[in-house]
Design a protein around this ligand. Structure first.
Ligand code: PGA
Length: 228
């Protein structure tokens, strides 16, 4: 059975020393190594290499992910970070987050190209979708290694999560379209109080956590509540 995935999305938060402090607090509170869970943290690009070394020195089992990736493989694309560059450090990449679609004009075509890049270089894309049309646009790409995150717009960053029943229904529909093997996460105002309600749904394989992942204590509670 696949492990439940807990993904922290730090967005545009944390300096290098804050990131290091977060790892220190979390690693002092719990052993992340678990038969049941995989925990992934997605910091901003510049924090990734240092966190990578810190985690290996601490021998702390936390996977790393990026919050975005270039749709281009390599070349004259100032400011972009490719899968090839990321591959030395991360296993996962968040793709098509609603904030990128909204503030940076990212289209379904861009998202499809980014998924393609991830799969080509063996990184697992975590594709954020808020409706089934966006899922259909991904149908041409290989889905066996793709993870979807259902993130309804009204729930992202608002403190107002969707109901676990709606999230289950949406996750069930994605699996109905793409097959039972595709992994589906729920994201949108997840915290230590409600996380179990989502993860207990039969078609929800994990969560994507924004705000509640920034505080190591609260994030630790999320992990603990799923770890027994
Ligand atoms: P939130 O963010 O948990 O703060 O709602 C979730 C996300 O944007 O992935």
């Amino acid at each position: 059975m696949e492990k439940t995935l807990i993904v922290a999305n730090w967005k545009e938060h944390k300096t290098n020393s804050e990131a290091r402090g977060w790892v220190e607090v979390l690693s002092s509170k719990l052993k992340v190594k678990s038969e049941k869970l995989e925990v992934v943290v997605c910091p901003s690009f510049v924090l990734i290499p240092d966190l990578h070394s810190q985690l290996s020195i601490l021998n702390f089992e936390l996977s790393l992910g990026a919050q975005d990736v270039s749709k281009f493989e390599e070349g004259q694309y100032t400011g972009e970070v490719s899968t090839k560059i990321l591959k030395d450090f991360v296993d996962y990449v968040i793709v098509g987050h609603s904030e990128r679609r909204k503030h940076f004009g990212e289209t379904d075509e861009d998202v499809a190209l980014k998924i393609e890049q991830c799969l080509k270089h063996e990184l697992a894309p975590i594709v954020c979708v808020s409706n089934l049309e966006q899922v259909s646009k991904c149908q041409s790409v290989k889905v066996s290694k793709t993870i979807f995150a259902y993130e309804p717009l009204f729930a992202v960053g608002t403190g107002e999560p969707d109901t676990p029943e709606n999230a289950q229904e949406f996750a069930g529909k994605i699996k109905g379209k793409l097959g039972k093997n595709v992994r589906v996460l729920y994201g949108g105002s997840v915290n230590s109080e409600n996380v179990k309600l989502f993860v207990n749904q039969p078609d929800i394989d994990g969560v994507l956590v924004g705000q509640a992942s920034l505080d190591a204590e609260e994030f630790g509670r999320i992990i603990k509540s799923l770890n027994h």
